[in-house]
Design a protein. Structure first.
Ligand SMILES: [Zn+2]
Length: 318
């Protein structure tokens, strides 16, 4: 068969269109990641750090925790009613954003860190899981989910600016467990999930103080140096995990399994949005008792006021 010049030109044209489209798709796929492909994240040169030595999450041996002494955390702005709170389906999780400044310091952190957002990790009904795992020898403790409070150093404008800097990020991780009672604060999120079934959906949620999302007992924390648990996996995160979980009901947990993985139903449900645990590679994990009794600060304050009044009375009498 003999091709005419026009046919050959047409074939060439189609070939280049195909080549260009393929390259475009490769660029597209390079910017997008998913949990099913997590073993290959490190093979993308943009995300090579995902294969480095100080990655997160980790499986923490409770018998190997090194005792540490840190001053209590100072939470600033966390007691305020947050304004303009929004809940967004990010494509990989749901996140809560707010416009109030929420600042943490103390707790062994090096400097002050500002909250960017809160997001969640979960598994499936059959295999519920957060990201970090605790083990004490033969016993492995997986949680039903995990909540991450992502902060960036106050010297940086955003998480993006801070993520590649040493000591750039501080993430507070809260384990989620299930009991019979509904969590009143989690209900404010849970009630909106029906409006967040697809990626990029956003809703406003009723205001509440973010401190209510933490466990009441915030005394004991695990500390280690690690990374973002999603690409590009920067190793700039000071991790704090509260050993006391928060509790939600089974019904509330299962509502997390109803959202879709993407902008439509074609990829199925958004499940197992956790990264597998990464090798410790000789890193030290610490356990600190912050003695963070929520009332102790107030009690000290009252004690100081009473002592001052007594001193004043003494001066007046004398
Ligand atoms: Zn996370």
């Amino acid at each position: 068969m003999v091709h005419s010049g026009a046919t050959i030109n047409m074939i060439r044209f189609l070939f280049f269109v195909l080549l260009y489209t393929q390259q475009f798709l490769q660029i597209e796929s390079r910017d997008k990641w998913n949990y099913k492909d997590q073993d290959n994240w490190k093979n993308n040169k943009e995300w090579a750090k995902c294969g480095y030595d100080e990655q997160s999450p980790i499986n923490i041996n409770e018998n190997a925790l090194v005792p540490a002494k840190f001053e209590p955390f100072k939470f600033e702005g966390y007691e305020n009613h947050a304004c303009n709170m929004t809940l967004t389906h990010t494509g990989h999780s749901i996140k809560i954003s707010t416009c109030h400044d929420h600042i943490i310091s103390g707790g062994g952190l090096n400097g002050k860190f500002k909250l960017d957002h809160v997001h969640f990790h979960w598994g499936t009904k059959e295999n519920p899981q957060g990201e970090h795992i605790l083990n004490s020898g033969n016993t492995i403790r997986k949680f039903k989910g995990e909540m991450h409070f992502v902060h960036h150093h106050l010297d940086k404008k955003s998480v993006n600016d801070a993520a590649s800097e040493h000591n750039g990020l501080a993430v507070l991780g809260v384990f989620i467990e299930v009991n019979k009672e509904k969590s009143a604060v989690f209900d404010k999120i849970d009630e909106q999930i029906g409006k967040l079934l697809y990626e990029e959906k956003t809703v406003d949620i009723p205001e509440f103080p973010f401190i209510n999302l933490f466990p009441e007992d915030r005394n004991k924390v695990i500390r280690y140096q690690g990374s973002l648990t999603v690409p590009p996996c920067h190793e700039t995160v000071t991790w704090t995990l509260f050993t006391e979980p928060v509790y939600i009901s089974q019904e509330q947990l299962e509502h997390l399994y109803t959202m879709y993985d993407g902008k439509d139903n074609s990829n199925g449900l958004l499940l197992n949005n956790y990264r597998k645990t990464q090798p410790l590679n000789g890193r030290t994990t610490y356990l600190a008792d912050l003695n963070l009794n929520p009332n102790s600060g107030q009690q000290n304050h009252y004690a100081l006021v009473i002592i001052s009044i007594l001193n004043l009375l003494m001066l007046l009498i004398l």
